[in-house]
Ligand binder design. Structure first.
Ligand code: HEC
Length: 131
C-alpha cells in the first residue's frame, strides 16, 4: 500500500507542474499581456482633456495630467496589471485613488491628486454623459 501511495504522489508531482500549475500560469500571463496591449491604460492626456480637467480642478494643466499618467504607470502596476481608466467613472476613480489604492501605492496627498485627476479625466471621455 505504501509503495502505491508513493508512486501515485510521485506521478502527481511529475504531472503537477505541467497539468495544474504551468498551463494556468502561461494562460494568466497571456491574458495579462493581451489586457495591457489592448487597453487604454496609459492613454496620453490631450489638450481637450486638460481643458476638461481645468474646469473640474482650477489650475490643473496638461503637465499635471502627464505627471499623473506616469505616476499611474509606475506606481499602480507593481501588484496587478494597470486597470483601464474606462473601468470606472471619474467619481469612482477619485474614491479608489484617494482611498485604498493610493495607500497601497504609498502615494503622497499631492501624488494621489495627480493620479486621481489623470484617471478621472481620461475616464470621463468614455462616460456616456461626459462625466
Ligand atoms: C501594494 C499592492 C498594490 C498597489 C501598489 C496597487 N494596488 Fe490596486 N489592488 C491591489 C489588490 C491586492 C487588489 C485586489 C483586492 C482589492 O480589491 O482590495 C487591487 C485591486 C485594484 C482594483 C480593482 C478593485 C477596485 O477597487 O475597483 C483597482 C481598480 C486598482 N487596484 C487600482 C489601483 C491603482 C489606480 C493603483 C495606483 C494608485 C493601485 N491599484 C496600486 C493591490 C495594489
Amino acid at each position: 500500500m505504501r509503495g502505491v501511495f508513493l508512486k501515485v504522489t510521485f506521478i502527481i508531482r511529475m504531472a503537477g507542474p505541467q497539468m495544474s500549475v504551468r498551463y494556468p500560469v502561461v494562460f494568466l500571463a497571456a491574458a495579462a499581456l493581451s489586457a495591457c496591449g489592448g487597453s487604454t491604460a496609459a492613454l496620453a492626456p490631450s489638450a481637450a482633456d486638460a481643458r476638461w480637467a481645468a474646469r473640474e480642478w482650477p489650475g490643473t494643466t496638461q503637465q499635471d495630467l502627464e505627471a499623473g499618467r506616469s505616476l499611474f504607470a509606475s506606481r499602480c502596476s507593481s501588484c496587478h496589471a494597470l486597470p483601464s481608466p474606462s473601468e470606472k467613472t471619474p467619481t469612482d476613480w477619485d474614491q479608489t485613488v484617494q482611498g485604498e489604492m493610493g495607500a497601497r501605492a504609498r502615494l503622497s496627498a499631492k501624488d494621489r491628486n495627480l493620479v486621481a485627476h489623470y484617471l478621472a479625466t481620461v475616464s470621463q471621455r468614455t462616460q456616456p454623459s461626459g462625466g
